[in-house]
Design a binder for this molecule. Structure first.
Ligand code: 5GP
Length: 114
């Protein structure tokens, strides 16, 4: 799928739209979901422009894909929910994805530390 930088997460990465940031490094940005479905609902996005999880896997090495999952865990640990959380990646329109910049949802009943 063609990546379009008009999507809202691209606008957040470009700092044209604000977000409630919880973590950032050179690979990912993590921020709170605007409509949280649990006490913790954080979105982790890679800084590279990629629309879907399938595209990410097709276009990158296992090391890059694996690094993203390591980062999701690092964010979960940073916000204090790594003892148990749901990680959801909606993939494509048929997979209920609404924002076409790859993202992993971190959900937990626990409140985040940050
Ligand atoms: P998807 O269905 O694509 O996996 O999830 C997109 C998520 O992005 C939804 O949970 C939605 O609430 C969240 N979202 C949509 N727009 C914004 C926004 O402008 N800021 C933040 N922080 N989250 C958003």
């Amino acid at each position: 799928m063609k990546y379009r930088n008009t999507n809202i997460f691209s606008q957040i990465l470009l700092k044209k739209t604000p977000c409630d940031k919880v973590f950032e490094d050179r690979v990912v940005l993590a921020f709170k979901d605007i409509k949280p479905k649990a006490n913790t609902h954080v979105l982790v996005i890679p800084k590279m422009p990629v629309a879907t999880f399938s595209d990410f896997c097709e276009e990158n090495t296992a090391i890059t894909v694996g690094l993203f999952f390591k980062k999701v865990h690092e964010v979960a640990r940073f916000i204090g929910v790594d003892d148990g959380f749901q990680m959801i990646v909606n993939n494509g329109e048929k997979g209920q994805q609404e924002v076409f910049h790859l993202h992993a949802h971190i959900l937990s009943d626990k409140k985040p530390k940050v």
